[in-house]
Every structure is written in structure tokens, then in C-alpha cells.
Design a protein around this ligand. Sequence first.
Ligand code: HEM
Length: 228
Amino acid sequence: MAVKNMDELVARRLELSLRSALGLPLRWIQRNFRWLAHGIGLLPLGLILFTGVTSGLTVNPIQFLTLRTGKAALIMVVLTLACTPVNTLFHFKEALTARRTFGLYSFFYAFLHVSIFVGLDYVFDLKLIVDSVLEKRYILAGLGAFLIFLPLAVTSFDWWKKRLGKNWKRLHRMVYLGALLAVVHYTWLVKSDIRVPLLYGAGIVILLVMRIPAVRRKLANLKFRRAG
Ligand code: HEM
């Protein structure tokens, strides 16, 4: 490439050194992304345990655990949905390998969340649980989300992928419905300020739009996509 003047030369040098400075941490992230994903997935559990050991679980431990595990499940759902768009935008294939990891962590936290509700909050009282599902619309929405995530988690393994063939993809598209139901659950349970749940909802809708083939093609052609 022809360098026209001194300024251009300096700019080019700067760009090259910036690229190599960024390259190292990027390559490290790429190589270790599988482990990083586990680190991110286990972080909420670590924080919950740390808070429990150091400062107790507040005056209402059951509510504390319910809220924390619910939030962790939703964050993991968003991370799962973000993997494909991140690959489309930055050609970061490692994100695709982390999809299942984040998906399973989201189910893990959702399972803990529901178990705390059923076992600690309602001490397995089936009648009380059914009454609360029928009375509280946010519980119904949460149950809907959980019932969608359950078969997705069970069938997330390669054996099921092979067995289900094309239907596997169809089934796993349900993750969006589950994610939206989880946001509805969150929005309905919040009493006044619904800005945070709506922010999660907006994020999920944006990630969904980014998967529409026409949008995806446009994004794939953007300039900052890393060279293959
Ligand atoms: C049978 C299914 C479910 C039940 C019974 C349930 C129940 C609850 C309850 C009782 C709360 C606390 C309400 C309060 O104390 O004000 C809550 C909060 C929450 N749940 Fe669920 N939930 C279910 C499924 C889910 C799922 C599948 C997700 C996400 C993937 C989820 C995400 C949340 C979130 C984000 C919160 C609020 C956390 C916060 O405010 O920090 N829930 N849920």
C-alpha cells in the first residue's frame, strides 16, 4: 500500500501496533473461551455463595436466593442468545461453541430458582403451589418459560441432535419464546419500575432481529467483521 506522507505513515504504524497489542489478549480469549464461558457461568453461583458466607443471606434468605437465581438464569439466557450474533458480527466462532454451555447454565439457574420456590418457599405443598400458579400470572409465565427450557436442556446433547435431525433446530428455536416468557414473568412480578425487565426484553428482541436472514447478511458484511 502506497504511503503518501509522514502523517499517513505514523497513523499506519499506530494502527499496526494497536492491532498487535490487541491481538494478544484476543488470541488468549479465543483459545480459552471454553473455560471463560464456564467461569462466566459459575460466577453468579460463586457470588451467591460468597454473599452467603460473608454477610449472610439478608433477613429473607429465601427471597434473596429466589431473586439471585432468577436473575442469573435470565442473564445466561441472554448470553446464550447473543452467541450467534457475536459470531455474525465479529466472526468469533468460539462464541458458537459456548452456546450450549451458556444454555445449560441458564437451565441450571432456572432449575435452582424453581427448586427454591417449590422446596423452600412452598415446602412441596402441591395445593399451595397450584393455587399460586392459578392466582399469580407472573408465576404462570415463569412456569411456561421453565417448561420450554426443560426439553431444550435435555435435548441439547449431540445424541439428541443426531436423533432429532431437522426437528432439533425447530425445537431449539423455542428458546426465544422461553426468553420472552421469562421477561414477561419478570415484568409482571416487578411492582413499580419496570425499566430493567423492559431493558432485558429489548435486548432479547434485538438479538432475535439480528437472526433474521436479511439482517444477518447485512451484519455479516459490516466492516469490523474479523477476516476469516
Ligand atoms: C415455575 C417457574 C418459576 C417460578 C415459580 C418462579 C418464581 C419466582 C418468584 C417467586 C420470584 C420472586 C418474586 C419476588 O420475590 O418478588 C421470581 C423472580 C424472578 N424470576 Fe422466576 N420463577 C420461575 C421461572 C423463572 C425462569 C424460567 C426465569 C428465567 C429464565 C425466571 C427469572 C426470574 C427473574 C429475573 C426474577 C426477578 C429477579 C430480580 O428481581 O432480581 N423465573 N421468580
